[in-house]
Design a protein around this ligand. Sequence first.
Ligand SMILES: Nc1ncnc2c1ncn2[C@@H]1O[C@H](COP(=O)(O)OP(=O)(O)OP(=O)(O)O)[C@@H](O)[C@H]1O
Ligand SMILES: [Mg+2]
Length: 457
Amino acid sequence: MKQKKIIILIIDDDPELLGVLSEFLSKEGYTILTAEDGKTAIEIIKNNHPDLILLDIGMPDINGIDLLGRIKILSKRIAVVMLSAHGDTNTIVSAIRAGADDFITKPYDNENIKTTIKRTIERKALSSESGSLKKKLKSKDDLVNFIGDSNQILNIKKMIEQVANTELTILVRGESGTGKELVTRGIHCLSNRRDKPFIKVNCATLPENLLESELFGYERGAFTGAQRAKPGRFEFANEGTIFLDEIGEMPPSLQAKLLQVLEEKEFNRLGGKKSVKVDVRIIVATNRDLEEGIRNGSFREDLFYRLNEVTIFLPPLREHKEDIYLLVDFFLKKYTELYGKDVTSISSTTIGLFMNYDWPGNIRELENLIKKIIVLGNEEVVYTVIPHDVVEGKVIYKNTKIIPLKEVSRLAIQKAEKATIKSVLAKTNWNRIQAAKLLQVSYRSLLSKIKEYQIRE
Ligand SMILES: Nc1ncnc2c1ncn2[C@@H]1O[C@H](COP(=O)(O)OP(=O)(O)OP(=O)(O)O)[C@@H](O)[C@H]1O
Ligand SMILES: [Mg+2]
């Protein structure tokens, strides 16, 4: 079978270089197109769909990195190899971060060009395949929005992945706003029930009799006003997951019925004689002290043990403040996009306050605060939320990890280093030698940082 020829577009403002490179690469069997400026390049890309682009970083009419950004918007499929003048590492690192696949420094050596192009094409073919595979696997993966790389959060992520595809009943615990619902949805989305219903019932918002009919449904005539039969949430959730939120508020009589459903996987609708069989995965959440509930008789001990096959405990934000950096970045991006605003960062003074506040409303409180900052367009609003004493530095919270200023800077550096290393490794396809070169550190020190920051492929 005759293979389609690979099309390479060379973008460089030096006509002589264009001539030499075109001649050499044509002989290698590629179809070559050339452009001396950004505008022509964009036209060619739109009309001729090249497979690979050799792009000069220093062009007179448009900055190579900006052009790279535009190319990536036009098509993520095109591989881009940057041509840079003199090993200008900073520019190369920003190019790689902006999505360049590789780079070649001038003066060019034909052999180097040949192998770089070949390697990039091979890698690109591979990564577009694995990319679509990843997309398929993660198409509904809510865990991508579960932010944090503190040990606590990493352990929770690991645990979610381990339990997701099992039938185990899961008890998710943690203070208000710590992410219990987010985690629960993540578990459902990672399980093989992901394409089936996810039904949430808040046990705290309905009075006892309504909650019972809501969960289990009723037959016609079951009570005054029941003119038609109605299936309950358990039936709607068949083959999927039911999320019983605030389970600590469930009245004891219903707890008994729930226990029965858990054991027998069947129940009767209210006023019904026929038993209804369901195949439902149950996840429950609470911010209550269930052990205390057992002691004072408001929560059944047998149900507690039945629900608690696995407990996922979400720590309060004050115990993993190092995640504040990533969370702030994440919410900034989310809400600037949503509201079409242009806030790119939060001042270090405000971050400093965040690090010394104890966040009683946890991640939800942080999210709401960032949302307000973006909507109002300034950070002053922080002072209406964070108590005066914290701003003045007069208060030291009990149980709160107070982070000294030095530590704040150290953590910030760590975050930035980790993010940079991660992205350069991704760009070099985990070629650590190449990554170390780009980052201008020794191979050994890169390896030790990978280990220290627990960066995984
Ligand atoms: N690790 C996280 N990464 C990103 N967003 C998070 C994280 N944890 C929580 N959030 C966000 O914070 C908000 C509150 O989370 P969620 O509703 O899951 O908390 P909860 O524990 O169920 O709270 P409550 O007990 O009050 O119901 C949501 O908008 C959620 O998306
Ligand atoms: Mg919740």
